[in-house]
Design a protein around this ligand. Structure first.
Ligand SMILES: [Zn+2]
Length: 277
């Protein structure tokens, strides 16, 4: 990171942590005001009541397609070389316990839950990696400030595991996927967090705003993304059409991330890794 970049990031960090509540910015608020803004209607269950269903939502049509052959051996070789060094290069961060929880084995109504991750939600950081890390490592006593993802992928190649996959990250508030959510707190509406893995791409500098798009993500980010997704798909048997976006799962219709995401770049890489067959 050059000095100018660093300076901009610092300024952005100040904006992210200090100015969001006042600005009411949509994307800018993504990290900080998640639970407060997406809390949804108050639910008051009786002890034997079944969990209510999520409201109707658009059907997820995955931009990824099944593909059993890839002619791109150069891409495959590059990805496999990158994969070999990935465990050593992955930074493992200890974030503040206020920003995550265990995956619940029963919902607020006593129904048993499968704690194996079965969904991947893609995000973008809006501000730099340092801003996200600072937020996750800060103690947040108020529910409305608590937020985390499992993994961050930096614009220049940093891979930061912020939370173990076995834990429940607070990556989405009021949310559902294909008619499924989990209500873990009877005073709040449901969320995908209990069965989701949350991964966030560092936003380029020209995306530190609420515009509809930006210049997009770097080659190394798509390379790392494909490697991480292929591993999660293999380990947890997650189908490719269960890789989705925060924009899609958000029932509050306020999230737009990840903006300017190139699904064809991901398709090429996952196919080269044999992960789409
Ligand atoms: Zn998001």
């Amino acid at each position: 990171m050059n000095p100018l970049t660093s300076q901009r990031r610092q300024r952005a960090l100040g904006l992210a942590l200090g100015g969001l509540a006042a600005s009411g910015a949509l994307l800018g608020a993504a990290l900080v005001l998640q639970n407060l803004r997406d809390q949804g209607p108050l639910l008051l269950p009786s002890p034997r009541q079944r969990a209510p269903e999520p409201p109707a939502q658009a059907v997820w049509v995955s931009p990824l397609k099944r593909q059993c052959h890839s002619a791109d051996s150069t891409l495959r070789q590059r990805l496999l070389a990158l994969q070999r060094g990935l465990p050593q290069r992955t930074e493992r961060l200890r974030i503040d316990p206020s920003n995550y929880a265990d995956r619940q084995t029963r919902d607020a109504y006593g129904t048993r839950l499968d704690t194996t991750p079965s969904l991947v939600v893609l995000h973008e950081t809006v501000y730099g990696l340092g801003s996200a890390i600072n937020t996750f490592t800060t103690h947040h006593p108020n529910d409305s400030d608590q937020v985390s993802y499992h993994l961050l992928l930096g614009e220049h190649g940093r891979v930061v595991e912020t939370l173990d996959s076995s834990k429940r990250a607070y990556g989405a508030g009021y949310s559902a996927f294909q008619g499924r959510w989990v209500i873990t707190n009877p005073s709040m509406a449901g969320s995908v967090n209990n069965f989701a893995l949350h991964l966030s791409l560092e936003t380029p500098l020209d995306g530190e705003d609420n515009d509809a798009g930006h210049s997009g993500y770097s080659t190394i980010q798509y390379d790392h993304l494909a490697l991480v997704l292929a591993e999660w798909m293999r380990r947890y048997r997650i189908p490719f059409d269960a890789i989705t976006t925060h924009r899609h799962v958000d029932l509050g219709l306020e999230r737009a991330d990840p903006r300017s995401f190139d699904w064809s770049a991901l398709q090429r890489r996952l196919a080269a890794l044999g992960a789409l067959c």
